[in-house]
Design a binder for this molecule. Structure first.
Ligand SMILES: CC(C)(COP(=O)(O)OP(=O)(O)OC[C@H]1O[C@@H](n2cnc3c(N)ncnc32)[C@H](O)[C@@H]1OP(=O)(O)O)[C@@H](O)C(=O)NCCC(=O)NCCS
Length: 211
């Protein structure tokens, strides 16, 4: 599906490519047209449209859009790791990595990243935008010298993007009761070391939603 990708050194554009846009026509006929997609860090002017995408993707949990605003207002926000995907002149998807504490057995606290949320507008889903956003934010986090990204999510979705079962790396997340234990996932980056282990303690902006 991805036919091209490129990035500029100043981060004004992290990736861009031409994706197939599948539009359903009369009856069951499908038509496929090309659609340009690009990924960039969000700008303040994008916040409203990002909130709209997040609300429509997480229609069953309106608190997620509020979490994004809370993270932006917190010291854990990383502006270069909040990325939007643009397609057809609007925001089609959003991903955010922000800081969270990892508390080791001896009480040492180090900051790692947590990926949340990932959201693609319903009309743009299933065209690789979510996967491209995850790859882009992982690549930017690696470029920033971060050691680790953790998340709670579908192991089938994130597993094929390189995430691993977090407890295998000595990383423990307190999951909500409804989540399977496989939902705890981690992605070790180039600067990962074996000492990067322990229990994830979310900052208030995220803890309000977790558990
Ligand atoms: C999950 C989400 C971000 C995926 O974005 P996307 O652009 O549609 O994803 P991609 O095109 O990269 O990948 C599509 C594939 O992911 C699968 N997929 C979508 N949502 C999934 C989920 N929750 N669990 C597992 N697989 C999922 C699709 O079935 C499809 O599989 P296929 O390639 O085998 O056909 C998007 O569906 C979304 O915003 N959902 C609502 C919010 C949400 O659940 N966010 C993730 C929280 S962990």
């Amino acid at each position: 599906m991805l036919s091209a990708s490129g990035r500029s050194p100043d981060r004004s554009g992290i990736a861009s490519w031409r994706a197939n846009s599948i539009a359903r026509q009369s009856g069951s006929r499908l038509s496929s047209t090309a659609m340009d997609v690009s990924i960039q860090p969000e700008r303040p002017a994008d916040h409203e449209a990002v909130a709209d995408v997040v609300r429509r993707a997480f229609v069953e949990d309106p608190r997620v859009a509020g979490m994004v605003s809370s993270i932006r207002r917190s010291p854990r926000y990383r502006s270069g790791l909040a990325l939007v995907a643009r397609a057809e002149g609007r925001i089609a998807g959003f991903v955010m990595c922000s800081g969270t504490d990892l508390v080791s057995d001896d009480g040492t606290i180090r900051e790692v990243l947590t990926l949340a949320p990932l959201a693609v507008a319903p009309e743009f889903q299933g065209r690789g935008i979510g996967a491209a956003l995850v790859r882009a934010v992982i690549s930017e986090a690696d470029r920033d010298g971060e050691p680790l990204v953790v998340l709670e999510g579908s192991p089938s979705y994130y597993g094929r993007l390189g995430f691993r079962f977090a407890p295998d790396l000595g990383i423990h997340l307190d999951l909500p009761e409804r989540a399977p234990r496989e939902a705890a996932q981690a992605y070790p980056l180039s600067n990962y070391e074996l000492q990067v282990r322990g229990r994830v303690a979310y900052p208030p902006a995220i803890a309000a939603l977790a558990g």
